[in-house]
Design a protein around this ligand. Structure first.
Ligand code: 2RA
Length: 349
């Protein structure tokens, strides 16, 4: 029999993308039950071409469910994922609640699919979108060259902060469009007024060197997630990782510049070969023809796109490259769906 799936947080930004992805991929699921807060219960959403009524989150909502995909805030996952497990489901959780729990595998199928089988708590965690937007490409290079240090900067899209972020950028863009704003200090700030939404500074006509919450010594939560999650996924708890996270006026698709140092000498031709062959990666790297990935071209697609591959001028063991990945697809919903498919394959034996 086909396993039964629950999608918890079906009405959210990632939840909606997940329903689309479940409708496009091989139809391996029996029932797909949609679960959300009581506020959204009764709404009808389309999945696999059918209208399905959303049910309220409750213990009974997990009756008969084999796999539950959670796309909800950390505190909701922390409370309800164990409930789903107690009802017999394997949980694939996209929140930050369990990612660093040593008894919870943090899975990216292209890199560490085997770790999904060992899950003492019945929960598998999905990495943060910023980590996911670069780790598949990095993992492919690591498998060949052995990474020894990572320095990255992110250029994160506003949909990483959910609908509020997208609405804020659109409203601010309307406020500045057709004006001369952006040439004098503070004029953009005055124009957008108090409509900053989830951002600490204007996001239209601007870049903001901040994403997430303030942690010790000036680091942001997003920067620490890249460090901690990359180490866990690669199984390298001591890997030196430095990240600087920046928000940019893009709706969807995170980009990162990566400086990766390896155990062995690298060549651009070798890196190209590895990246071109890596599952889940598309190499588009021909600057003479103006070919490199940009969020405007990558949004809505599944792979991690890589370009601007160069060997560091001062270090024959290091590569510089630029990656783009749709933060709502591979960065969240797609990876969740892929991990769910791994579990479903296991359940079917
Ligand atoms: C962001 N990575 O882009 C976050 C979402 N989890 O804000």
């Amino acid at each position: 029999a086909k396993p039964h799936l629950a999608v918890v947080g079906a009405t959210g930004a990632v939840g909606s993308v997940l329903l689309g992805i479940l409708s496009e991929r091989a139809d391996i699921w029996g029932e797909i039950r949609l679960i959300a807060s009581p506020r959204s219960a009764g709404r009808k959403l389309t999945v696999r071409g059918e209208q399905v009524e959303v049910v309220a989150l409750s213990e009974e909502a997990f009756d008969g469910i084999d796999v539950a995909m959670f796309d909800v805030p950390d505190e909701v996952s922390a409370q309800w994922a164990p409930v789903a497990v107690s009802k017999g489901a394997v949980v694939v959780d996209n929140s930050g609640a369990f990612r660093m729990d040593p008894d919870v595998p943090l899975v990216v199928p292209e890199i560490n699919a085997h770790t999904a089988r060992v899950r003492p708590r019945g929960i598998i965690a999905n990495p943060n979108c910023t980590t996911l937007s670069m780790i598949v490409a990095l993992g492919a290079l690591h498998a060949e060259y052995g990474v020894s240090e990572l320095i990255v900067s992110s250029y994160q899209a506003v949909s990483g902060t959910g609908k509020a972020g997208v609405d804020t950028l659109r409203a601010q863009l309307s406020a500045v469009s057709g004006t001369e704003l952006g040439c004098a200090p503070g004029d953009v700030r005055r124009a957008v007024g108090d409509t900053l939404g989830p951002f600490p500074a204007p996001i239209a006509l601007n870049v903001v060197p901040w994403a997430g919450s303030l942690q010790e010594d000036g680091w942001s939560s997003e920067e620490l997630k890249i460090r901690n999650e990359s180490r866990k996924i690669l199984g390298m708890p001591d890997l030196p990782v430095t990240a600087t996270c920046v928000r940019v006026p893009v709706i969807t698709t995170h980009s990162l510049t990566v400086h990766a140092r390896f155990e062995n000498e690298v060549t651009v031709a070798g890196a190209h070969e590895i990246l071109a062959a890596a599952p889940g990666v598309v190499l588009t790297d021909d600057p003479a023809e103006g070919e490199y990935p940009t969020p405007a071209d990558v949004v809505g697609t599944d792979p991690t796109w890589v370009g601007r591959v160069r060997r560091s001028l001062d270090d024959p063991r290091a590569l510089e490259f630029f990656v783009c990945g749709d933060n709502l697809r591979k960065g969240a919903a797609l990876n969740t769906a892929q991990v769910g498919e791994l579990v479903a394959g296991e359940l079917r034996g």
